[in-house]
Design a protein around this ligand. Structure first.
Ligand code: PEP
Ligand code: MN
Length: 459
């Protein structure tokens, strides 16, 4: 991987490098010339350009060999040989970029992975929403006070004043520094097994105790100090940040652009316009890509996306993340899966059971019910069972902290409980106990599905 010369200045290096970079730069400028949804309007565009220039000189956050290894892992998910668990905060914040918070979130992700791996006998690929999940798409440009809406810590600040909400490009530099720091911690914690995913977690939680008879508590065993592999991801939303973090991946037959900002990037439901800049940029990248699809996507559009984002037919290059809502998944997903499967592309089917199930509580809190989350995943598994396809993974908003943001679950959080510890900067997350309970439910679904597959194969 080498630095990408994106600017107007004459690139340096051998002639073929200069030519290659010019071609990549041309592709990039034509992608970025397309309409881009959900971008902030920087009050001083020149300052924003100066920040992009500075960011362009920063070191990458992820290493290319790690991203390549994730691509291999995802190929095995696409082939039905592994399961993809992705999760973390809806919106990371600078204030919460602390050891305790990151450790708690990693821990819950590893606990969930442990439960899933034990039940399914399948490797679980772990991808955190971490080290860069700072930009948020919003339904309205203004809030109810008439102020510009909060778009994530990388753009502005949530306090309800004009000054705080004015987009500040300097925040992109802070985001990069925070992301690098978070990634360092992820590496340290995962290398030494410092996260202690097993011993003090599942079995110390009430929910763990209730599942004590199951293999999950085998997690109490020797795994605690083993190194573990966790990849990082965020929504590829803020294009000034994303374009500043591009490198040239020279490992394949042709040089490609590669994001040095995360191993895995996804495109959200609000920025997936087929003629828009986000899809066009994702086409240029060698990183594995996710695409969120809601019930508005037609099977034909799904195939258009797959052809654009997986032109070479690489298993696992594209993850289609369905977020249909628990009431729609059983009807909306099957025609999409059928049509994409018939196209011959081996995508990963991943269920986001959060974003189609958001509602407002009577007291005005944005929330989700635990039962709806589990029901959407159950519907997702049913669809794949009927069609003979692999329910490849889940994508969830979770935290290891004891928040009260989602309703229901083992402690049966009620609407009246929400204010006690409602701390999210954006969407409601499952707390540690709810997350582990979801993992146990999914583990059971996976176990059932594996048993059927093995049975069918032996017939
Ligand atoms: C998200 O993942 O936080 C998000 C905004 O999702 P979606 O694009 O599916 O609404
Ligand atoms: Mn969210």
């Amino acid at each position: 991987m080498r630095r990408f010369h994106h600017g107007p200045a004459e690139p340096v290096g051998p002639a073929h490098t200069r030519l290659g970079d010019r071609l990549l730069a041309r592709g990039l400028s034509s992608a970025l010339a397309r309409p881009a949804a959900q971008q902030p309007r920087w009050p001083d565009p020149e300052r924003a350009s100066a920040v992009v220039e500075l960011l362009h000189r920063a070191e990458p956050i992820v290493a290319p060999h790690e991203t390549a290894r994730l691509s291999d892992r995802l190929a095995s998910v696409a082939r039905g040989e592994a399961f993809l668990l992705q999760g973390g905060d809806c919106a990371e914040t600078f204030a919460d970029n602390t050891g305790p918070h990151l450790r708690a979130n990693l821990r819950v992700l590893l606990q969930m992975a442990g439960a899933l791996a034990d039940a399914a006998g399948l490797p679980v690929v772990k991808v955190a929403r971490m080290a860069g999940q700072y930009a948020k798409p919003r339904s309205n440009a203004m809030d109810e006070l008439g102020l510009p809406v909060y778009r994530g810590d990388i753009v502005n600040s949530p306090e309800p004043t004009v000054a705080a909400r004015t987009p500040d490009p300097h925040r992109m530099l802070r985001a990069h520094t925070h992301a690098a720091r978070a990634m360092d911690l992820v590496r340290t914690l995962c290398a030494g097994g410092v996260v202690e995913p097993h011993r003090n977690l599942v079995c110390s939680l009430p929910v763990g105790a209730r599942h004590a008879g199951q293999e999950s508590c085998a997690m109490d065993g020797g795994g605690a100090t083993l190194p573990t592999e966790v990849y990082v991801s965020h929504e590829m939303l803020l294009l000034d940040y994303e374009r500043a973090g591009l490198w040239v991946d020279t490992s394949g037959p042709e040089p490609r652009l590669s994001s040095g900002l995360a191993h895995f990037l996804w495109i959200g439901e609000r920025t997936r316009q087929l003629d828009g800049a986000h899809i066009a940029l994702a086409e240029l990248l060698s990183n594995p890509i996710g695409l969120k699809i809601g019930p508005g996507v037609t099977p034909e559009q799904a195939v258009d996306y797959v052809r654009r984002l997986d032109p070479q037919g690489t298993p696992g290059r594209l993850t289609l993340v369905s977020r249909m809502g628990h009431g729609r998944v059983r009807d909306a997903l099957p025609p999409i899966v059928e049509k994409v499967t018939a196209s011959g592309h081996q995508v990963i089917w991943q269920c986001d059971p959060m974003h189609g199930n958001t509602r407002t509580s009577s007291s005005g809190y944005k929330t989700r019910h635990f039962d709806h989350v589990v029901d959407e995943i159950a519907g997702f598994f049913e669809v794949h069972r009927q069609l003979g396809t692999h329910p490849g993974g889940i994508h969830v908003e979770v935290t290891g902290e004891d928040v009260t943001e989602c309703l229901g679950g083992p402690s049966d959080i009620a609407e009246a409980d929400l204010p006690a510890r409602y701390r999210t900067a954006c969407d409601p997350r499952l707390n540690a106990e709810q997350s582990v309970e979801v993992a146990f439910s999914v583990a059971q679904m996976l176990r059932g599905q594996r048993a059927r597959t093995i049975q069918e194969r032996s017939r």
